[in-house]
Design a protein around this ligand. Structure first.
Ligand code: GLC
Ligand code: CA
Length: 527
């Protein structure tokens, strides 16, 4: 296994820093908090931690509006505390991945202040400025991802600037070589400090149509869906020139050795795989969010996996994601029983898995009381806010679940006194134990970490089954997506249960047929 690069056989764990661990009693998580919990991550058995943005920011979009790409926001700590985090992670053989937010800065970034100051300012072209349309309104019909127009008029200079997200998040102009150079310097700044890679925010957005043509209407738009879906994002994102930009980032990483470039990309499979780039010059891991977007149904998931595997370019390494800080939690979407199946799926498919903090204890949907909403999207388009998946990690049954000595910035889930790390740690039937065992199996079995994949006939419509194998070992994963028990034929030979989502079944021998409980998943090894 050690002959593959770490980000292929390893697993990634996403920390939303505001919600992991607070150490200074302000109700918001911080860097020393992450450092304090590295032992937990090592115990859990993940390989890398990706930290959502920690840079100085007015926090209009909770750090995805960066005012200084080479600093740490005082809310999270200091550069010295960041260096300490890196050093402590190293000691535990954990990798650290930073969030890189190149599509837009904060409106408070000095670059934007300069750009805005005059049409003749040398940094004018660092952002995207256009004259008003013929009617004096916005230059085209592009809509913000958070609802409303994507253009804001600057009265003083008489031009509009473009922002794919909030008014407070002006888009940088990646067609300008000076912007590319400045951003490459940012990457080098963090690489020199020892980070192991970057998750690049909305990477498919960086280049827009040179002619700023109107986006076509989306014929499938359903009222009530976010306004961004009214149009197909044909001209505002996923443009052909993007691959040159990504190759430029990859070139910056190359001299530093085994560093990973992960790209955030919400596109259908055929477009997604293009982001491996010509001759793999693109993202190492174009984030694959297809499991989030596919109905939770055995046949649909089996078909998705086959389609994705078939679409991968030669040499392109797969990856899978069940949730992140922008998506409803997996347990909220499919329920606790199926969330166990989901964990087994995520950690046994071929490709690098990314776990979202809290999913390993089965955090579900946390209702946000009126008046406590934080996400700006919730204010713009009520009902679409992302607070329910950003609530604090629950560590123990002490005050505020061990997250903070103060009232947390978002509420805990109501069941925190029992749904927490301490309570689940030693419970053989807990979600946490399941995750930890799955992660351990992935480390111990090359077939799971780096082996081949083949779908097999499940023997029942509500079951998804596949094999992971190397020359030495064949493992079979059988997942019951249904609420009925199943009895399934097994190929000849003796099979051993390596792990079941049902506690106490590991070690059992099975022959000829396999009985599954409702919503049970098992990993079998051929003797
Ligand atoms: C990405 C982030 C999201 C953020 C947006 C704008 O989608 O994951 O949280 O709001 O980009 O930066
Ligand atoms: Ca804090």
């Amino acid at each position: 296994m050690t002959d593959t690069v770490w980000w292929k056989h390893g697993t990634v764990y996403q920390v939303y820093p505001r919600s992991f661990q607070d150490t200074n009693g302000d109700g918001v998580g911080d860097l020393p908090g992450i450092t304090a919990r590295l032992d937990y991550l090592a115990w859990l058995g993940v390989d890398a931690v990706w930290i959502s943005p920690i840079y100085p920011s007015p926090m209009a979009d909770f750090g995805y509006d960066v005012a200084d790409y080479c600093g740490i926001d005082p809310l999270f700590g200091t550069l010295a505390e960041f260096d300490a985090l890196i050093a402590e992670a190293r000691r535990r053989r954990l990798k650290v991945i930073l969030d890189f937010v190149p599509n837009h800065s904060s409106i408070a970034h000095p670059w934007f202040a300069e750009s805005r100051s005059a049409r003749t300012n040398p940094k004018r072209d660092w952002y995207i400025w256009r004259d008003p349309g013929p009617d004096g309104g916005p230059p085209n019909n592009w809509v913000s991802n958070f609802g409303g127009p994507a253009w804001t008029l600057d009265e003083a200079t008489g031009q509009y600037y473009y922002h794919a997200f909030l008014t407070e998040q002006p888009d940088l102009n990646w067609r300008n070589p000076a912007v590319r150079e400045a951003m490459h310097d940012v990457l080098r700044f963090w690489l020199e400090r020892g980070v192991d890679g970057f998750r690049v925010d909305v990477i498919w957005h960086l280049i827009k149509d040179a002619g700023f043509r109107d986006n076509p209407a989306n014929p499938d738009y359903a009222p009530g869906a976010p306004e961004i879906n009214r149009f197909q994002q044909v001209y505002s994102a996923d443009r052909p020139e993007i691959f040159d930009v990504i190759a430029g980032m990859r070139d910056v990483l190359r001299p530093y050795g085994e560093r990973v470039l992960i790209g955030e990309i919400y596109l259908p499979v055929e477009r997604l795989v293009a982001y491996y780039g010509p001759d793999l010059s693109g993202a190492d891991l174009p984030f694959n969010f297809q499991l989030i977007q596919t109905p939770w149904q055995a046949e649909a998931v089996a078909e998705l996996v086959a389609r994705y595997e078939a679409a991968l370019p030669e040499g392109g390494w797969p990856n899978w994601v069940l949730g992140n800080h922008d998506q409803p939690r997996i347990a909220a979407r499919v329920g606790q029983a199926q969330a166990r199946i989901a964990a087994m799926l995520l950690l046994t498919l071929r490709g690098t898995p990314t776990l979202y903090y809290g999913d390993e204890i089965g955090l579900g949907h946390v209702p946000i009381p009126p008046g406590r909403a934080q996400d700006p999207w919730e204010r713009n388009e009520p009902g679409h806010g992302r607070d329910p998946e950003r609530t604090p990690m629950q560590w123990d049954d002490g005050p505020n679940a061990g997250f903070s000595t103060a009232e947390p910035w978002l509420p805990l889930s109501a069941d925190w006194p029992t749904r927490n790390v301490e309570g689940q740690r030693s419970d053989p039937a807990s979600m946490l134990t399941l995750y930890r065992r799955l992660l351990a199996l992935r480390r111990d079995h090359a077939a799971l970490a780096v082996g081949d994949y083949r779908g097999v006939k499940p023997g029942a419509a509500e079951v998804f089954a596949y094999e992971r194998f190397t020359g030495d070992e064949v493992l079979r994963v059988v997942l019951n997506f249904g609420a009925a028990p199943q009895s399934l034929p097994l190929p000849e030979g003796d099979w051993t249960v390596l792990l079941s989502t049902r506690a106490g079944r590991a070690g059992d021998s099975v022959r000829a047929s396999l009985a599954l409980d409702p919503a049970e998943g098992v990993i079998l090894r051929r003797a």
